[in-house]
Design a protein around this ligand. Sequence first.
Ligand code: DX5
Ligand code: ZN
Length: 239
Amino acid sequence: MAQENERGSDPELAVPPPKIAPSMLSSDFANLASEAKRMMECGADWLHMDVMDGHFVPNLTIGEPVIKSLRKHTTAFLDCHLMVTNPLDYVEPLAKAGASGFTFHLEAARDNWESLVKQIKAAGMQAGVSLKPGTSVTDVYPLVEGEHQVDMVLIMTVEPGFGGQNFMPEMMSKVKDLRNRYPNLDIEVDGGLGPATIEQAAKAGANCIVAGSSVFGSKDPAGVISLLRGHVLAAQCSQ
Ligand code: DX5
Ligand code: ZN
C-alpha cells in the first residue's frame, strides 16, 4: 500500500515513463559523437555519462571537457552519474558543459546534500541521488521528501566503477520499497542490466534503465533497447 506524502499517490500524476539510457562507458570513446547518434537512432531516451574521479571509485573516465565536446553533437538528455568525492565542485562546470541531469552519490554528500541539490537545480539540471549497494534505502527518504527534493533516485545494482559486472538481485528490495512509497518518482537502476535481468528490475518498479555492455555488445542494440522498454511498460501495466 503506497503511503501518502508529497511524492505519494497523486492520481493526477502519471506513472513515470520508461527511460532507457545506454551507458556511454561501453561505447567507442574515439567515436563518441557517432556512438551517441547511433544510440539515439536505436531508440534511446537518455545517454548515461559516467563521470569518475579515480578517487571515489578506482577508475578514471570522462569529465567536463568530454561532455562539453559531445554536447556540440547532440541534443539528447545527458544523464550524468557522478562517481566523485566532491560533487559540489562539478555542478557549475557540468552545467556549463551542457549536462542535463546531475546524479551524485549520497555517500559523497552526507553533510551537504541540501545545498548540492539546490545548486544543481539552480544551474538548470535535474537532480538525482545514487546509493551504492551497501547504503540503506532509508537514508534517501529525506532527499525525496525534504524541501530540496531530488528528481530521481539511482539504485546501483553493482559496485560503481566499471561496466560489465554482474547484476545484484538483492538490490531489488530497495527499488520495491521506493516504488511503494513514491509511485511517481523516477527510479533508475544501473549495473548488469540486460535481457536476462530486466524483468526483475521492471517488476520491482524501476523505470529508468541504464545498460552498457548489453546494448553496446549486441548486434541488435535497437532490439535490446526495445526489449528493455517493453519490460518496463509491461510491468507498469500489470501493477
Ligand atoms: C558502473 C557505471 C555503469 C556502467 C554500467 O559504475 O555506473 O553505468 O557503465 O555498465 P553495464 O551495463 O555493463 O553493467
Ligand atoms: Zn552509471
